[in-house]
Design a binder for this molecule. Sequence first.
Ligand SMILES: [Zn+2]
Length: 207
Amino acid sequence: MVVIIMILKQIKVGRMANFTYIVGDEASGLAAVIDPSWDLEIVMDELKRNGLKLEYIINTHTHFDHVLGNEQLKVLTGARIVMHKNSLLEKDITVDDNDIIALGNLRIKVFYTPGHSKDSICLLVENKLFTGDTLFVGSCGRVDLPGGDANELYESLRRLALLDDSIEVYPGHDYGYERYSTIGREKRSNPVMKVKSRDEFLAMVGV
Ligand SMILES: [Zn+2]
């Protein structure tokens, strides 16, 4: 049996309360960085300190505060950029719903979750879900930016609600009362997850 040890670093960066994440597989020493933007020196330090080689740069969506560090990090590490197929930015690997990205012994599963943008994805690694701007602790992403769609976001959040309650939620911004949560806690306490109907959700997000 292979014992999988996942390294996880949550780094708060910039002035918009963004989170950049490092996900590493201890056995192989391979890592992925999710949503690099500002403060790349901290990201590079953490990779080095944990003896990790960066394999992938993965973006939860293409809003500038989630992709700003892509090119520089690629130059520094040689990592490949992974994005949903609807993203118009330059990328090395295109993913879609249910794709699996292999990172050493870790498997990163892609959920296509449009609503905040047309290329929003969530990433499930072991029992941890990286939700980008789809789901925050206590709220959800905006739907009033280009590509936003409240009906799509409703469907995407419904889908996340079907995941096991014990799955941990790691959002794209530090907008909540804590830096991470669980699907179960969000279903109990997050207004956008507690809605009883689509109409209730649409009224809540102001559409
Ligand atoms: Zn966004």
